[in-house]
Write a protein that binds this ligand. Structure first.
Ligand SMILES: [Zn+2]
Length: 367
């Protein structure tokens, strides 16, 4: 079994076993309607669907094959998925949000059909959100104590409710169908995410609650200005640090400080290699700002080591609220799910964008 697969399985198993506020994927509206109806009504319901597999379904087993009415939901699983770049909860725009602003962002996402997904799902394309919903992933750079910190309670450690993760946990608890999905990127120093507990205890809490960890380089240097040897050192030191805490864990994601990628002549080599005996292999490198269209992994324009992020702020061209407005005005560009993570449902006019990875890993349905 490849290390990539092992890493993915580890990540998935941690998330699957520990995520606490994710609910079972809801059945699609069509399925809910159909399964609660008499069999004669089922036939009527499915006969209006674009996507039915059998038009004569009369048993429960057959009803389960019914999927979403793609046209009604405007399903587009080659549409854009935003990855949002946040930092801390500080009143210092545009890199930081206040508690009120961050809560406002989350509320807008929830109210407008965005649902959180993990980075592992973003990277595999296994998107498990309800029909009609648009996935979104949140990232937090710099290992700040306003992004995440622990507090001591009578029962042990708990999240500081004034940090971004504390705010997100509270929002998730109140909106259990919002999903889960945030990744946090840090350095190799031992004071990531505040000073209550140890780094290991803080990372443990995050992993146990379904969060993902990633590399933000050892010293936050500009990778675009470093030699290959120094890029390897910046990347490898964090991997070695993680390896010292979790011998079986490998990070799969890196966020480039300042959005600056290593020189193109050694970019790939620098992100897959070995530092002081510890091997690393990054599957995704995330930039800063809208460095390209937010296409999904199944799209022929997707570049894993050049993945764009949108800055989590408001008031500037190309920031989060600019894109909220943009996708409100251009909903056909958004990823809209059919509710089934195993299929890739694509409007005919976008079918030319489907890449080989998609064809090899999903049941592709063009309508
Ligand atoms: Zn940074």
């Amino acid at each position: 079994m490849s290390r990539k697969l092992l890493t993915l399985l580890l990540t998935v198993s941690i998330i699957a076993s520990l995520a606490s506020c994710k609910v079972e994927p809801a059945m699609t509206e069509a399925l809910t309607k159909a399964s609660s109806a008499e069999s004669t009504t089922v036939s009527q319901t499915i006969s209006t669907s674009e996507s039915i597999e059998e038009t004569t379904a009369t048993t429960t087993a057959d009803v389960k094959k019914i999927t979403t009415d793609y046209k009604e939901f405007k399903v587009n699983e080659q549409g854009h998925i935003m990855v949002v770049m946040y930092h801390g909860i500080i009143d210092n725009p545009p890199y930081h949000r206040t508690k009120e602003q961050f809560t406002k962002d989350l509320q807008y996402m929830y109210d407008h059909g965005y649902r959180l997904i993990t980075l592992a799902d973003y990277l595999s394309g296994h998107i498990d959100v309800e029909a009609g919903m648009t996935p979104i992933h949140l990232t937090f750079d710099d290992g700040l104590d306003t992004t995440f910190a622990l507090k001591e309670t009578a029962d042990g450690f708990d999240v500081d409710e004034n940090t971004a993760i504390g705010i997100l946990e509270d929002f998730c608890a109140k909106h259990p169908d919002f999903g889960r999905g945030a990744s946090l990127y840090f350095h190799d120093q031992k004071t990531n995410f505040g000073e209550v507990g140890t780094d290991k205890e803080r990372f443990d809490w995050l992993l146990e609650h379904g969060y993902e960890l990633g590399n933000h380089t050892a010293t936050h240097d500009n990778l675009g200005k470093l030699s290959k040897e120094n890029v390897i050192k910046e990347v490898g030191r964090v991997e070695k640090y993680v390896n010292s805490l979790y011998p079986d864990m490998h990070l799969t994601a890196i966020t480039y400080p300042f959005g600056a990628r290593p020189d193109s002549s050694y970019r790939t080599a620098a992100l897959k290699g070995e530092y002081e005996g510890v091997k690393y292999n990054y599957q995704i490198g995330l930039r800063e700002g809208p460095s390209g269209p937010f296409v999904p992994v199944t799209h022929n324009k997707f570049q894993a080591l050049n993945a764009p992020r949108v800055r989590g702020s408001e008031g500037a061209n190309g920031d989060l609220w600019w894109y909220f407005d943009y996708y409100d005005k251009n909903p056909s560009l958004k990823y809209i799910s059919d509710g089934n993570p195993d299929t890739l449902v694509v409007p005919e006019k976008r079918s030319a964008t489907i890449n080989d990875y998609a064809k090899e890993n999903f049941e592709v349905i063009i309508y």
